[in-house]
Design a protein around this ligand. Structure first.
Ligand code: WT7
Length: 629
């Protein structure tokens, strides 16, 4: 583990000069069933990346079995319910072992074998963690779908990877809401021929319809199982999971992560970035449905033998003090959340913070989107009391783990800067012509020019799309889709996406995907979606909509459009603003000039740049006049 800046610099240098030796050392801290023959083979032009070739392991032996000698009775998962009056649950490593082995046997008894895909659509309860680990134990590939997505989104994801089974629950609690997960699954499964089993956890005592043969209750299935399930021997490059993320065009992309490299990198980054110390309680507030949850609720912390807190609820319920209450109650030492949560809590009276004793906190983290300076300072002062380093961690679903970040208490922080690349990460800033921009005080597009162990290997079922999306803009380099600056200290500041992806409340969304959902409304002829700066969400969704007929009841139609988007994608994609227009600004070749729409959405009406190539420049005047502020 890195303990000071000199060591960071040494490790960084070593990882660049001798990457194979460097990663050999890190990988050797894990438990392998067979050591690898070669460390790395790669070709970024093909692209192809393989780490720890010939190595065999099972990530669950690293997350569970190997801790049973030293910390069988330590809490592995500390669970806090949505409802503050429901007792929390503490699952020790010993109990985790029993639960995961049983769940693994439950999968097997229901026909799941190594390589099969299993969709997990579940609330934030410990059984969901058992579910992921059970899949990994038997070598099945999990595909977790965030339980806020609609039936339609679930169908797309299940069918894209031909899942054989769905693990779900009757319902999920989120604040004062209850979501009927099972009925969403029922609707989805009408269109999913590959699924033959659906196992349902009873979380909310909802009465649900159970289809004979296909649907089974979790508690009934678990009762039949033994608590011993030998971990499947996995090749380092076997699939561990698929996780879908939005693309700037087309359907969501199933990012493929493999067993060995992912295990090594999430373990290494968890320990080093957060400077995790034995006995500490770590709380990442993400949902397991996102990569942050996979890497830093489950795999990173558990492989390091940490106590990981899993929270079912939301920051705003029963009141805006819930996060701070949970920190006090469980004496959380490391707290990792998203800027959007910080910004919304910052708006609440400070008394919600002051009511609680936050003195257990030692390290704070931020993830998912750029953190603005104001939010950074509020977090530092009011939550960290000026005593906790803030790690602003930049990474992506595709990168599997944290890439650019301070090391807590080691790297000098700077508000809004993700600071320095971790050892093993080689960023390169590119100009639009495709040249690397060297030196400091520069700005451009962020690429990574050398492989790291947890990088996604492909897009499930579409390697060409993987190449086109990530390795074609700057041949020979991985393109992140982000813009960035490197300042005079060599510190990186991520400035945001440079493609048609917007980040709303820390969730990655393709504007094309939202547009095609809007276009499903029968009154809509076409639409264009852009992001706009939003106080709390970071970016909001602004939709320009062209209808077939004049709009007589705009409020009504707006609500209908929001409902359609909510139904097709999920409530998180609902437009914040909908402007009806008679046409979109298009070039003569028919391309929508999003640059203009972005400016209008930002509230800029004077300096729209060159509009002379537009087919119908008059449309811009109309759009400007009707802009929604
Ligand atoms: C995009 C990836 C990382 C896991 C959660 C999001 C943005 C992420 C930061 C940060 C500035 C950030 C980038 C990136 N992003 N972290 N610390 N500072 N921007 O994963 O959904 O795959 O989104 O989130 O734009 O490309 P994701």
């Amino acid at each position: 583990m890195i303990t000071n800046l000199v060591e960071y610099k040494q490790q960084y240098r070593e990882s660049n000069l001798e990457p194979e030796e460097f990663w050999t050392k890190q990988a050797s801290t894990l438990l392998w069933k067979k050591k690898w023959d070669r460390v790395l083979e790669f070709d970024f032009y093909k692209p192809e990346v393989k780490w720890f070739i010939g190595g065999k392991l099972n990530i669950t032996e690293n997350c569970i079995d190997r801790h049973l000698t030293a910390r069988a009775h330590q809490t592995a998962i500390l669970w806090e319910s949505n409802d503050p009056s429901e007792p929390s649950r503490k699952i020790t490593y010993q109990q985790l072992s029993v639960e995961v082995n049983r769940a693994a046997n439950m999968l097997k008894a229901n026909g799941i074998q190594k390589g099969d895909r299993v969709c997990i659509y579940m609330p934030m309860v410990p059984e969901t963690a058992f579910a992921l680990l059970a899949c990994a134990r038997v070598g099945a590939v999990h595909s977790v779908v965030f339980a806020g997505f609609s039936a339609g989104s679930l169908v797309d994801r299940i069918n894209d990877s031909n899942c054989k089974m769905v693990l779900t629950a009757d319902g999920a609690y989120r604040g004062d809401k209850r979501i009927d997960l099972k009925s969403i699954v029922d609707e989805a499964l009408k269109k999913c021929p590959s699924v033959d089993k659906c196992i349902v956890l009873n979380r909310t005592n909802l009465s649900v319809s159970m289809q004979p043969v296909r649907d089974l209750w979790w508690h009934e299935e678990i009762r039949k199982t033994s608590d011993v399930c030998v971990a499947e021997e996995m090749d380092a490059e076997d699939l561990l999971f698929i996780l879908y993320t939005s693309g700037s065009t087309g359907k969501p992309k199933g990012m493929v992560h493999t067993c060995g490299g992912y295990a090594v990198y999430t373990n290494y980054t968890f320990k080093n970035v957060f400077q995790y110390k034995e006995g500490q309680t770590f709380w990442c507030t993400a949902d397991v449905g996102w990569i942050t949850g996979h890497s830093y609720i489950i795999y990173g912390p558990l492989s390091a033998g940490a106590t990981t807190l899993m929270f079912e609820g939301v920051p705003s319920w029963p009141d805006m003090g819930r996060f701070w209450h949970v920190i006090e109650k469980h004496k959380v030492n490391i707290f990792y959340t998203a800027p959007t949560a910080i910004r919304s809590l910052e708006k609440a009276p400070l008394s919600f913070v002051e009511k609680y004793d936050l003195s257990s906190l030692q390290v704070l983290g931020s993830v998912g989107e750029p953190i603005n300076e104001e939010a950074w300072h509020w977090y530092d002062k009011n939550i960290g009391k000026g005593n906790c380093p803030i790690v602003d961690t930049w990474w992506q679903t595709e990168t599997g783990g944290i890439m650019i970040s301070p090391l807590a208490g080691i790297t000098k922080t700077k508000p809004a800067f993700a600071t320095l690349p971790l050892p093993g990460v080689q960023p390169a800033i590119m100009d639009e012509a495709g040249n690397e921009i060297e030196g400091n005080n520069v700005e451009g597009r962020l690429t990574i020019k050398f492989p790291w162990p947890s990088m996604a290997r492909t897009i499930y079922g579409d390697h060409q799309r993987f190449k086109d999306t990530y390795f074609s803009t700057f041949p020979g380099k991985y393109f992140t889709g982000d813009g960035c600056k490197r300042d005079e200290d060599g510190y990186y500041r991520i400035t945001g996406r440079v493609d048609d992806i917007i980040i709303v409340s820390g969730h990655n969304m393709g504007t094309a995907e939202i547009e095609s959902a809007i276009d499903e409304h029968s009154a809509v002829c076409e639409s264009a979606v852009v992001g706009f700066p939003h106080d709390i969400k970071g970016q909001g969704v602004y939709a320009f909509v062209v209808t077939y007929d004049p709009v007589h009841e705009p409020i009504h139609l707006r609500n209908e459009i929001k409902d359609v988007v909510s139904k097709i994608i999920g409530p998180i994609a609902k437009p914040d603003k909908i402007q009806f227009v008679s046409g979109l600004p298009k070039t003569r070749s028919g391309k929508i000039m999003r640059r203009i729409l972005r400016k209008v959405a930002e509230g800029e009406t004077s300096n729209l740049g060159d509009t002379t190539t537009l087919l119908d420049p008059a449309i811009v005047e109309e759009i400007k006049k009707g802009a929604i502020s």
